[in-house]
Design a protein around this ligand. Structure first.
Ligand code: AMP
Ligand code: MG
Length: 315
């Protein structure tokens, strides 16, 4: 991310949560209590929605897979509903029930291990968002098959970024950059009332080398890429976004995709889905959610949706 040096932030907070490094920078306020409130909210979301924390609501649902429905908080329920809707609209490319496969690949744990085909097939048998039953009446979630498990890694950072934005706006902030592990919200305008300048990471280069600069005000900017978590074995890159059809890292002709829109939770889930679907099919999904996008193709071309022409400058 690149922000202009014309105006310095007034407070910056960096913290670990959601399995990543997060940063909130305010440019027009020095209210430490407000930023505390925003950080605590992210921690609360992590506590409820992490699949790694034994006492989280999501772990409760996972531990009771094939046993019984579990009542969750309204916000967790709404996020599960949104996830399922995006699963349907993406034809299953986005699927929060991939946890058995994610665990098998162990990419987040840096195991550098390629699972055997029969283990992938076994794990695939206990994935599938259609087996997640959500009951609005009592806010319960039930995974039908024993061994099934949810992982909100593809949407939770976006949701948390929306919540941070809400808290900051309610607290009177008009200019801020929220960056939750690459899920960015550019709140208000940047220096001198001009749009923020956000650097889009080049997925084929080291961190800090940009594909180009995106001009954005009051937008969320969310990237899914093969460069975020991966290992290389025998010259092949194995990354963390899995194709629910094959059980293997998605190969759709993209190195990365950046979705640009209003709601960070939606942009987060849709960017993950588009990464799986590829550019052609991805464009249809983006349209359904009124999102724009920057595509980094694996032949090193860059493509933009129409709404970003004049807003993106190639480096
Ligand atoms: P993102 O970085 O938002 O694209 O999300 C990637 C993370 O979401 C991974 O680290 C996994 O935890 C999870 N994930 C991987 N593949 C998928 C998928 N096809 N649908 C939903 N979540 C996924
Ligand atoms: Mg995502």
């Amino acid at each position: 991310m690149k922000t202009s040096a014309i105006r310095q932030y007034t407070i910056k907070r960096q913290f670990l949560a959601l399995g990543t490094i997060n940063q909130i920078c305010l440019y027009d306020q020095t209210d430490n209590k407000l930023i505390d409130k925003a950080v605590n909210r992210v921690m609360e979301i992590d506590d409820k929605m992490s699949a790694f924390k034994k006492d989280s609501e999501i772990s409760g649902v996972n531990q009771n897979a094939g046993v019984k429905p579990v009542i969750v908080s309204e916000e967790t329920f709404r996020l599960l509903q949104l996830s399922k809707e995006i699963s349907k609209l993406s034809g299953g490319a986005f699927d929060i029930t991939l946890r058995p496969l994610i665990k098998l690949w162990g990419i987040n744990k840096k195991l550098n291990y390629i699972p055997e085909r029969h283990d992938i097939d076994k794990a695939l048998k206990i994935t599938g968002y259609k087996n997640l039953v959500l009951n609005e009446k009592n806010c319960s979630a039930y995974l039908k098959k024993s061994g099934q498990a949810i992982d909100l890694g593809g949407i939770a950072k976006g949701y948390a970024a929306d919540e941070v934005k809400r808290i900051l706006v309610e607290g009177g902030v008009t200019s801020a950059i929220i960056n939750l592990g690459g899920n960015i919200v550019a709140l208000g305008a940047g220096p001198n009332g001009l749009p923020w300048e956000i650097g889009i990471q080049n997925p084929a280069a080291e961190r800090g080398i940009f594909l180009g600069i995106l001009s954005a005000a009051n937008k969320t900017i969310v990237t899914s890429g093969s460069n975020e978590r991966f290992f290389i074995k025998d010259g092949v890159r194995y990354h963390h976004i899995l194709d629910p059809r094959t059980g293997k890292p998605a190969k759709s002709g993209l190195l990365g995709v950046t979705a640009v829109g209003e709601c960070s939770a939606i942009a987060d889930a849709v960017s993950t889905a588009v990464f799986v679907l590829g550019m052609e099919k991805g464009i249809n999904l983006l349209k359904k959610f009124k999102l724009e996008a920057v595509f980094a193709l694996d032949d090193y071309k860059i493509c933009l949706t129409e709404g970003l022409i004049n807003k993106f400058t190639v480096n």
